[in-house]
Write a protein that binds this ligand. Sequence first.
Ligand SMILES: [Zn+2]
Length: 303
Amino acid sequence: MWKGSENLKNYAPNYDFVSFGQSQIYIGDYSGKKPKKNIKGHIDITIICLDNVYIGSGFFSSRNKSICNEPIKFRNDCIIPGSSFKGALRNIASAVSEACLPKFKKKEDKKPNNNECNDKQRCIVCDMFGTVNYASRLIIPDFKAEKADTEILELNVQYGPNPKNKKYKNEDGLSKGYKFYKTYCEKYNDDKKIEVNTVKKGSKFTGRIYFSNISKEQLSLLLFSMGIDGSFNMKIGGFKNQGLGRIKIEVLDSKIEVISSENKVTASEDITNKSPLELAQEYPNNTQSRKRQIEELKKILKP
Ligand SMILES: [Zn+2]
């Protein structure tokens, strides 16, 4: 703990890391078989804000004597942009799978054996979320407010992450892992405050996520990464280290199809009778290589 550190005495380190593992090109599924990317469908979800959420628009309003950071809206309603949700989801999916490692700007920060993903070869995450010259197999639109109130909060100024910070590195200079802000944040007081117009706790957003040409394992990973099994809660948006951004995903409806080919789908491969919850639960049970990372993630993002 660096709580006592002189210049940062008011700052609470409300984050922890999920350690990096070995990355793999996605050529084998859980059982080592070549993955069949023959699943398509959609899932309708509700995003419930368990804490206030702030996704900034970059715009400000003037209020009394101060200025206030305004959330992103479509017309007059708050939204959760699909891109913000997708980013948070991808981060979790990467942490709990054999995904390629994040790119570091400096050469010496790069971990060895980090296979680059591209249009020819990809890890399980880039294969689903897309990468350079390779389109995403997911469509995640903006989530519309079903019920959203706003609340102005006075928060500590956020400082941008500093990857040079030693707290992010192991002794060998490599990054410690995927950084996640904890569910339960310790409060801290900075001298610099700003006003932020947030989406109030209890607000609800809905939307439909489409997927096509993905494998059963990828679908399970996708669903698990949303925390549908109830083992953790995602966090999105800004001020996560001050307790904002915690959300819960509920499945309203889904349609999952196996695209037929010459080879008939065998009964064991047919997943259309399985619910999104069952598919989400399968991921941590079936994955062999990332049990440790899943436990680390659950500890940080515990409900
Ligand atoms: Zn990749």
